[in-house]
Design a protein around this ligand. Structure first.
Ligand SMILES: [Zn+2]
Length: 142
């Protein structure tokens, strides 16, 4: 789902649509709550993820964390500056707006995420990361 041919920065509306596409891939047989995320990386790539549930509920992984893991797995290891997140769009097909959970906010913060786009009133709404994770603990705090 990563688009290595990305040539221009997607708009918030486009990023939301990519997150919606990702949600269609969700494995959510227990909650029936499909979620998709689309990360915009600092080197201009878009990486999508969906939630993947498990019969052992605690092993369920959210769309945002799956996308972050995918970003790391697909990242060129020779480009240490490219592994970072500018922003993320999140779409829950059964909830609008759908914000990242606390665990995902922490993981997104790890990679420098600056904003979150959710769907509100039928359109994109951008929140600064300091609004959704004030006083977050991150790499600079160690
Ligand atoms: Zn989450």
């Amino acid at each position: 789902m990563s688009d290595g041919a990305q040539t221009q920065t997607p708009s918030d509306t486009e990023l939301l649509e990519l997150a919606r596409e990702a949600a269609a891939h969700a494995y959510a047989p227990y909650s029936s709550f499909p979620v998709g995320a689309a990360l915009l990386t600092i080197d201009g790539q878009v990486v999508k993820g969906c939630n993947v549930e498990n019969a052992s509920f605690g092993l369920t992984v959210c769309a945002e964390r799956n996308a972050a893991g995918r970003m790391c797995a697909e990242h060129d290891p020779g480009n240490t500056d490219g592994r970072g997140i500018v922003g993320v769009a999140v779409v829950g097909l059964k909830a609008s707006p759908c914000f990242p959970c606390g665990a995902c906010r922490q993981v997104l913060h790890e990679f420098g995420c600056q904003y979150v786009v959710v769907e509100e009133d039928g359109g994109p709404k951008r929140y600064g990361f300091d609004q959704i994770l004030p006083h977050g603990f991150g790499p600079d705090d160690l």
